[in-house]
Write a protein that binds this ligand. Sequence first.
Ligand code: C2O
Ligand code: CU
Ligand code: CU
Length: 473
Amino acid sequence: MSTRLPRLHELASLSAVVAIAAATVAAGQLFARASAGRPRVASDETLREPSVISSRNGVLRVALNAAPSIIDVAGKRARAEVYDGSYLPPTLRVRPGDEMRIRLVNALDEPTNLHTHGLSVSPRGTSDDIFLRVAPGQAQEYDIRLPASQSPGLYWYHPHSHGNSDEQVRNGMSGALIVDGLLDPFPALRNVHERLLLLKDIQIDGGRVAHLGIGKQSVRTIDGQMNPTIVMRPGETQLWRIGNIGADLYYELSLDGHPFFVVARDGHRLARVERADTLVLSPGARAEVLVQGGAPGTYVLRTGDIDTGPAGNTYRGATLATLRVEGAPEHPIALPTDLLPVEDLRPRVTGRRTIVFSESRDGNSFFIDGKAFDMSRTDQRVKLGTVEEWTIRNQADERHSFHIHQTPFQVAEINGVAQPADGYRDIVDVPIGGEVKVVIPFTDPNIVGRFVFHCHILSHEDRGMMATIEVDP
Ligand code: C2O
Ligand code: CU
Ligand code: CU
C-alpha cells in the first residue's frame, strides 16, 4: 500500500480534503477503522463486525424491532424483514448468570417470536418459550436468566414462530449471542484478538428477498459482506468465532494454507484442541477456532460444494473471505493440546428412545416419528434428573440435522461408530439412511417445561420436522 495519509497541518487546505478522500478510498477502510476504536495497525482490512450490546451489572437490556426495511447487503439494496433495519442485528454479549431483558417489537405483517439458540435457560413464562406468539403490531418483553453454569461460547438468536421461521431467518432475522469467558482459563490464550464471522446467505431478486429454492443463486456473506478482507500478522494467533446463522445451507469451510484449531463447538469447549482442515457447519452450528497467521500472502476462506442427497439440494461452493497475512511477524504462541476435561455422560444413561426422521415421497412434507409438528401435542415426556440416549434415525434420502432446545448433548455414535467423549453440541448431522446416538442430560432444573427438538434446516422444520418434549419435575 503506497498511499500516503495527509498530515495534520495539511488538513486546512482544500487539496488536503481531496487527498483525504482519495486516501480513504484507496486505503480501504483506514479511517472507518480508526473511528471504530480498534487499536490495531492501519491495514487493508474491510471486514466489519456487527455492533455489540453488552450486559451491565449482570443485566442486558435491548430492544429488537422486527420490521420490513430497505437493507444494504453484499453490495445490493433489498426490501427485507429484519431487526432494527439491519441485515446484521447487534451481537448480544453476556456472562454466565446474567439476565437478558429483551423487548421484541413486531412491526411485520405476520407473527414472530424469539429463541435463544443453545442456552440452558427456562422454556417457560417469558423466557425462551417458542410457543409464545407475538402478533403483528404487538410487543413482548422477554426475561431470560442464564444459569451460572452456562458454558461460555457462541450462541445465536432467531425467530421460532412455526411456519415463519425459515422465511424470517432467510430475510436476515438472526444475530449472535456470546457468553463471555471461553478462553479465560488459559493464560496464553486469554488475550488473543477475537473475531466474529457470521455466515448468512441471501437470495435477492428485483430488489426483494426472494425464495428461489435452497442454495439457488444464494449470495454467501460473512458479517453481511461479500468477500471481505481479514488481516493478520505472520505468526499471530486469533480466535475466530464462526456461526452458521442462515436458514438452510450447509457450509464446508477451508482456509488455504491454514488449519483450524477447534476449541469449541456450539458454544461448548472441547476437551482437546482439535486440528481440522475443513469445518462442516450444518445450519445453526457454530465452531470457535484458533487460526495462526502463516507466511505473508493472500489466502482464501472458502466453502465447498454441497450435496445433501438425492432428495436434497446441491449448491456450488464460494469464496467467503480473503485473508491477508502481512506486517511485522509475531512469535507464534504454543497452542495447548488439552483444554479442560469434559464429562462422558454415557455411564449415566437411565433410559433410551428412538426418534425417526422421514419425509413424504414428493419431498414436501417432513415428519418426526411419522407425524408432522403439532404444537398442542406432547410427543416425548421425560423426568428431570434423567440422562437419556436417543437414537436418531434418518429414513429420508437427504441429510437432516438434530437439534434440541434447552440442553446440549453428547454425540455417542454415528452410524455405529463410537465417538470420543470430547465435548457437547446442540446440533448434529444425521446421515442419509443412517443413525446417530446422542446422550441428552435432562438434569438442569432450569429446563423444566415444554420445548421442542427438530431438524435445523428451517424449511424442513417449518414443513413439519419438529416435535415437542416436556421435562417434568
Ligand atoms: Cu436454532 Cu429451534 O432452534
Ligand atoms: Cu434452538
Ligand atoms: Cu431436515
